[in-house]
Design a protein around this ligand. Sequence first.
Ligand SMILES: CCCCCCCCCC/C=C\CCCCCCC/C=C/C(=O)SCCNC(=O)CCNC(=O)[C@H](O)C(C)(C)COP(=O)(O)OP(=O)(O)OC[C@H]1O[C@@H](n2cnc3c(N)ncnc32)[C@H](O)[C@@H]1OP(=O)(O)O
Ligand SMILES: Cc1cc2nc3c(=O)[nH]c(=O)nc-3n(C[C@H](O)[C@H](O)[C@H](O)COP(=O)(O)OP(=O)(O)OC[C@H]3O[C@@H](n4cnc5c(N)ncnc54)[C@H](O)[C@@H]3O)c2cc1C
Length: 666
Amino acid sequence: MEGGGVDHLAEERQKSRFDVDEMKIVWAGSRHAFEVSDRVARLVASDPAFRKDNRNLLSRKELFKNTLRKAAYAWKRIMELRLTEEEAAKLRFFIDEPAYTDLHWGMFVPAIKGQGTEEQQQKWLPLAYKMQIIGCYAQTELGHGSNVQGLETTATFDPQTDEFIINSPTLTSSKWWPGGLGKVSTHAVAYARLIVNGQDHGVHGFIVQLRSLDDHMPLPGITVGDIGMKFGSGAYNTMDNGVLRFDHVRIPRNQMLMRVLQVTREGKVVQSDVPRQLIYGTMVYVRQTIVSDASSALSRAVCIATRYSAVRRQFGSQKGGPETQVIDYKTQQSRLFPLLASAYAFRFVGEWLKWLYTDVTQRLQANDFSTLPEAHACTAGLKSLTTSATADAIEECRKLCGGHGYLTSSGLPELFAVYIPACTYEGDNTVLLLQVARFLMKTVSQLGSGKQPVGSTAYMSRAEHLMQCRCSAQRVEDWLKPDVVLEAFEARALRMSVACAQNLSKFSNPEEGFAELSADLAEAAIAHCQLIVVSKFVEKLQQDIPGQGVKQQLQTLCFVYSLHLLHKHQGDFLSTGCITPKQASLANEQLRSLYSQVRPNAIALVDAFNYTDHYLGSVLGRYDGNVYPTLYEDAWKDPLNDSVVPDGYHEYLRPVLKQQLRNARL
Ligand SMILES: CCCCCCCCCC/C=C\CCCCCCC/C=C/C(=O)SCCNC(=O)CCNC(=O)[C@H](O)C(C)(C)COP(=O)(O)OP(=O)(O)OC[C@H]1O[C@@H](n2cnc3c(N)ncnc32)[C@H](O)[C@@H]1OP(=O)(O)O
Ligand SMILES: Cc1cc2nc3c(=O)[nH]c(=O)nc-3n(C[C@H](O)[C@H](O)[C@H](O)COP(=O)(O)OP(=O)(O)OC[C@H]3O[C@@H](n4cnc5c(N)ncnc54)[C@H](O)[C@@H]3O)c2cc1C
């Protein structure tokens, strides 16, 4: 994407055998999406106000103030340039700095939209859209995060005053973690147990004002602050994750979000037709966005590691010629190319999940709740699968860059530190896999009952065949047949689920059985989710994809993704009898040959992400590959090099040295 200067990767770019510009459009999702993304990326990169290369050097206070400045400036630009929602979302993406606005737009607004009545939406959304109020999502407490039903904050209805009294009865009921809460939010959607006439009606959302709109001071009864520094310097410390306690704070009755359940003036509790699970709807929405974000974070790390692997040379000089580019080592390829393929795979499954979410939202509006369990299982499972894989991949990319990957200027340490909490927030990844497993066990238990599995479990309707089929691969080329690959993944996923169901049936208490078998259940859930990713990649290839060689590259990546999973999890495939050891070895042979096909296209495949050097924030991943002079120059910019003799020399170094000199003389 960058222009000018010597291109050290030019030779690599000439090797590619496909139309990179068309691939950029496939990656972006459409020509329109590409144009928006490209324009906004350049806008951010060219504006010094969005500089980010100094983040690691700032103290927490400076860092946070700097984030406030950027967020305010971004909002000003959104207004001045009259950016659309799509453009504004891209702006946030390329600014590349977690901020309170993520929670305001990403959770507070969606919570009101999803759980508020029409009337409540009309009252609160215009204020939120104009940012006249700023909100956060206050669910997690010191004592409970995963177990939402275990939250302790109470909202007790007072019929005398027509108000709820929000209270934190214990230390562990303190809200703990919500982003944007610590120092910024004026309001929260706070989750609390609804108590009416002494009866507990479970957890619901309430809009609570936290701070004065005049002087930003906490309102009476509110204790609020930041929970402290998090992993890494810079990184997620731009966010004010907060602590909050309520001391009998009164709010009007109409500030309970009442789409799912209403409390009347008389204190009557009325359940609407909407299922209770809609209270969890905001999490479903965000989990869906997290899957697309995974492909962004992963592609960024892979772009850095791939470009650097082409620049870096070690060993293998022939007759004084250049040494071998590390990207030519088969071990480097077998570690790097599956990650490149995963970035594309997650992109396409993210697109599909967005479609699924839009579809379920439209159905919910028409009071059709039938696909909610499927949406929950897919978003939970794919969020878990893609974030775990991406977190591991960023660390692998750091190692792929050798020593220089450990330098902050490689961009990888900060990316890792910012990214890893995605394995925990919006649902711990193991807890989410167990939700998928429950869904799978329910589906398996209904097989043969006449109820046909649909959506992501539709393959289970062919249970009779999948339980006994034998893989037909006899030659290396057979592993390039989508049907052969898909059937192996379907059979493996089904057989693992059925094995769990059979083992579960041996327990008289199903919950006890579920707990005992939870590790196996989580593995069955992973197998099911991997099948979804593979099948959505295969479906993508059935579309009309223009551009010379583009579809062929995607086919190669699809098989790299699938066959590397098959290789990595061959224990599952073999133990369930889905493939034989000979077939596993043929698949691995095919995989090796696919790596050779990826090699000449590797640089172009990462160029297709269309990332600016500003966004990448990496000396190793520079578009022009001019790594060494930049690394060298950057080192001298470190504040430690401001003086030749370091501060502290006279107090702490010189006396030691002199002491040793004296000792030596003795
Ligand atoms: C113009 C300017 C525009 C500017 C634009 C800027 C754009 C910016 C956009 C930014 C977008 C996004 C940015 C987002 C940034 C993200 C930052 C992330 C911050 C983090 C936030 C958080 O972490 S919030 C807290 C999240 N917490 C959790 O995830 C908790 C996890 N636990 C749970 O979800 C549940 O408790 C659990 C599911 C584990 C258990 O529930 P429980 O009820 O106790 O248990 P069950 O008995 O198992 O379930 C009962 C039945 O309910 C079903 N079910 C459970 N969950 C759901 C669900 N979510 N949906 C539907 N159904 C669900 C479950 O399956 C059971 O069903 P059954 O049929 O009875 O079996
Ligand atoms: C950076 C960040 C931002 C956040 N932002 C917000 C926010 O804006 N708003 C908000 O409300 N919350 C937020 N959170 C909180 C987050 O949603 C929770 O931390 C998350 O849901 C995990 O819950 P927990 O901390 O209770 O983990 P725990 O449930 O205590 O997990 C601890 C361990 O126990 C295991 N475990 C727990 N239950 C089970 C089980 N049933 N079976 C098997 N294993 C289990 C887990 O796998 C994990 O290994 C944020 C968290 C982070 C890190």
